[in-house]
Design a protein around this ligand. Structure first.
Ligand code: SAM
Length: 230
């Protein structure tokens, strides 16, 4: 009988943000495939999870995915974890999930943290409809063109962004949508957690004057305040 692929959500910062079921599943799996084994070791050591860890990341996802599929077919239970949050959301998890489904392997998700949901809820912006963009294209032209596609949409937009591209992205948002409201959520659930809800121009000013550190999720409504209130 084939094994089970468990997609396990893990903390996005605070080690306490893990479910009892996630710990149980990680303790019972035959193998844990992690984006960064050293990073995951901190979590497994903290919770006394003593299971073999193997790496599964962007640059080995195809070959390692095939290897994990072989193990699953042989009856092994494999748990996938990412560096933070829910595997499959803007990380290589999506590849193994599709591979398992296409090969008739049963898949279970152990729900838990996900930066996009924490940021969306904290933003105070409409949550009834939202568009999750993940990471924008890296090239400036492609990034602007992608942002332009959100012009006129009546939904909140959530983006993941790296600290070194943050200012450029804020300026592009300002150029395209004007001085709209934005929530810059930084280091969620961590010691230096901060959510700045302000005009894009104010965010640009703040991050020009202060060192940009940590992980960011941006949330904005791509039309003016009057629209947001309707
Ligand atoms: N799978 C993850 C999830 O469920 O949230 C996301 C993985 S993606 C590779 C990593 C990005 O998520 C970071 O670059 C950042 O934009 C966002 N992120 C992760 N942890 C965060 C945190 N603690 N605070 C703010 N954003 C975070």
């Amino acid at each position: 009988m084939a094994g089970m692929l468990y997609i396990v959500s893990t903390p996005i910062g605070n080690l306490k943000d893990i479910t009892l079921r996630a710990i149980e599943v990680l303790k019972s799996a035959d193998l844990i495939a992690a984006e960064d084994t050293r990073h995951t070791k901190i979590l497994t050591s903290h919770y006394g999870i003593d299971k073999p860890l193997t790496s599964y990341f962007e640059h080995n996802k195809v070959t390692k995915g095939d290897y994990l599929l072989k193990l699953l077919k042989e009856g092994k239970n494999v748990a996938i974890v990412s560096d933070a949050g829910t595997p499959g959301i803007s990380d290589p998890g999506a590849h193994i999930i599709k591979l398992a489904i296409d090969n008739g392997i049963a898949v279970e998700q152990i729900p838990g943290p996900c930066a996009l949901i924490t940021a969306l809820v904290l933003s105070g912006m409409p949550t009834d409809r939202f568009f999750f963009e993940g990471f924008l294209p890296v090239k400036p032209g492609a990034r602007k063109n992608r942002l332009k596609e959100f012009l006129g949409i009546k939904q909140t937009v959530v983006l993941y962004e790296s600290p070194h591209r943050l200012l450029k992205t804020l300026k592009a948002i300002h150029d395209i949508f004007g001085d709209i409201e934005i929530a810059c959520c930084r280091e969620l659930t961590k010691k230096f957690e901060e959510t700045r809800r302000q005009k894009v121009s104010e965010a640009i000013e703040h991050f020009t004057r202060n060192k940009i550190l940590g992980e960011f999720t941006l949330v904005f409504y791509p039309s003016k305040e009057e629209e947001l209130k309707k």
